[in-house]
Each structure stands twice: as structure tokens, then as C-alpha cells.
Design a protein around this ligand. Sequence first.
Ligand code: PAF
Length: 275
Amino acid sequence: MKIFTTIADVQAQPRGKLRVLVPTMGALHKAHGELIRIARAAAGKDGEVAVSIFVNPLQFESGGDYERYPRPEKPDEEFCRKAGVDFLFCPSPAEMYAEDRSVFVEEFSLSKALEGKSRPGHFRGVCTVVAKLFNILAPDAAVFGEKDFQQLAVVRRMVRDLNFKIEIIAVPTMREDDGLACSSRNRYLNLKERKQAAVLYKALRAAANASGKLAGDLVARARKVIGEAPLARIDYVELVDAETLQPVEMAGPGSVLVLAVFFGKTRLIDNIRLG
Ligand code: PAF
């Protein structure tokens, strides 16, 4: 596995092979392993799988968890090696951002709902870093997890509107045995919080299995299940259209139930398609 920390070194590499990128912020776990597996399948044995590890300061709101975000560099490197990654890019913040940077990439529609309301500036940070990674690594395809449902929609919109010639491959959410969506942030949960966090998937499934279709009823049902966990504090539970991310009144083809819930200081997100 080749490891690069500078943009100049990446861009000095000869190209020719199909390259599939898995952008990450590190603290790699089995869901990243799945993204890498899908990337390998897309790249084929002659292509190359590139992983970027960069904890992007721009996408953390002030007072957020940027400083405490886990950075297990050596274990992450080992994880990539074992997963058969060809090319690892782990730049420093100074390598990625000039001190006097003054250009950002912002999506102005899909970004405004849901996460965008709770985390102003978050998607501007995501779009800016993903656009930079696309320019630096010039992949033919890039792989993103469906757990970050809104991120996926925003990145797809950016690719469309800025004409990146990059295929975006979506990978279904990987879950722990009790249904909790795998996330690097799960490691912040203490034992009690971790146990109660299983309620999130239970709530999504309760709504998905409901016989009614009215958004109000489905959201109420999910909220009731989440209410069973005394440590849970709901940020939002909404039924939205998967493409526009606008609220819908009825579950149907293309609707998705999305939620964000705090356990202590840790904010977890998840979603399920309905209809
Ligand atoms: O999903 C993530 O890990 C990050 O938002 C991403 C896409 C790597 C950009 O920093």
C-alpha cells in the first residue's frame, strides 16, 4: 500500500488505472471495510482503491467534536493494509487548507434541511473537502455510505452541478447486531448510552412496519419508541422525499424517515426508506 501525505506526491503519480475513492475521516470500522470492499468490486483487480483519511475541520461547527474526534492513525493504516487498499492519502490540515483560503463549495438547497439546520456550515465543509479530494485524487468513482443520507444527496447534487466526471456509489448502512448503525461516533457512548442507542433502529423499523402511511403518525410512532430510552434526546425525526429532502405528508415510493438523536453529548443519525 502506498501512503501519501502531500498533494504534490499524489499528483506526481502516474495514472492509467481505474481509481475508486473511499473518502473517510478515519477511526475506521467494519462499515468502512464494507465501503472498501464495494470500492474493490467497482475497481476490479486491475483498478486501484484509494482511501483518504482526513478529519476535516471545516465540517465541524464551533463547539463541536473536532478536537476530540478519534484519530487512531496507526490502527487505521493497518486496517487499510489488511483491507487491500492500494493507495492511502492522509494529509494534514495545513496541507489541505491555505491559511488565507477564500474559496468554498456550497450547495444551497438540499443542505438547508435536517443536518443543515442543526449544524450550520457543515455541508459547506463537506462539499469543499470532497470537491478538493476529487480534484486531488481524480477518482473515476467514489463510494459513500447511506447512513449519511443527506450527505450522499448533497454530494450527488454537487457532482451533477459542477460536472465532476465521477460515479457516486451508495452503500447500504451497516449495522451492529442490535441494529445500531455503525459510526465512528459510537465509540463516544458509555455503556448505558450504547445499550439504549439500539432504540433508534427499533424506532425506524416500527415506523417502517406500521400499517398507516401518514407522516404525522409514523413520526409519532418512532418518537414513542425512542422515548423508551431515558437517555435519548431527539433533535429531529422527519419523513422526507429522498431526492428533495423536503417533508412529505405520506410514506410512499421515494420517502425516507430520518432522525438525529443525542445520547449525552453524542449525536447519532440514522434513516430508513419507507415505501
Ligand atoms: O462521511 C465522512 O466521513 C465525511 O463527511 C467525508 C465524506 C469523508 C468528508 O469529510
